[in-house]
Design a protein around this ligand. Structure first.
Ligand SMILES: N[C@@H](CCC(=O)N[C@@H](CS)C(=O)NCC(=O)O)C(=O)O
Ligand code: FES
Length: 102
């Protein structure tokens, strides 16, 4: 399967999916750590992909998403945003709402 198809499948099959560096338990970058903590605080199960272990996705997702960096949170097939957006939405309560809608 080519990388774009793999990405599309992941996003379709997982209502909440976080593309990040490392894992929520062992994040490998401060941005990914903060983002995964905000998502975890919403209390709903979510999928994640460690892009450090998936260099093809690291290379292709930014083009597909039209978003240059990681982490990236996707909910219901749509890009929500990166770390700054997740933290802002966590602070104003919108992150839980979006995640609850998944
Ligand atoms: N301001 C960004 C911070 C994230 C960021 O700058 N990520 C960088 C460093 S971890 C990145 O993903 N660079 C591309 C790469 O490492 O593939 C956000 O809101 O998500
Ligand atoms: S890995 Fe260096 S800032 Fe994320």
């Amino acid at each position: 399967m080519d990388t774009i198809d793999k990405i599309k499948q992941q996003i379709e099959e997982n209502k909440i999916i976080l593309y990040m560096k490392g894992s929520p338990e062992a994040p490998m970058c401060g941005f990914s750590a903060q983002a995964s903590q905000a998502v975890m605080a919403c209390g709903k199960e979510f999928a994640y992909v460690d892009i450090l272990q998936n260099p093809d996705i690291r290379a292709e997702l930014p083009k597909y998403a039209n978003w240059p960096t990681f982490p990236q949170l996707w909910v219901n097939g749509e890009l929500i945003g990166g770390c700054d957006i997740m933290l802002e939405m966590h602070q104003n309560g919108e992150l839980s709402e979006v995640i609850a809608s998944a």
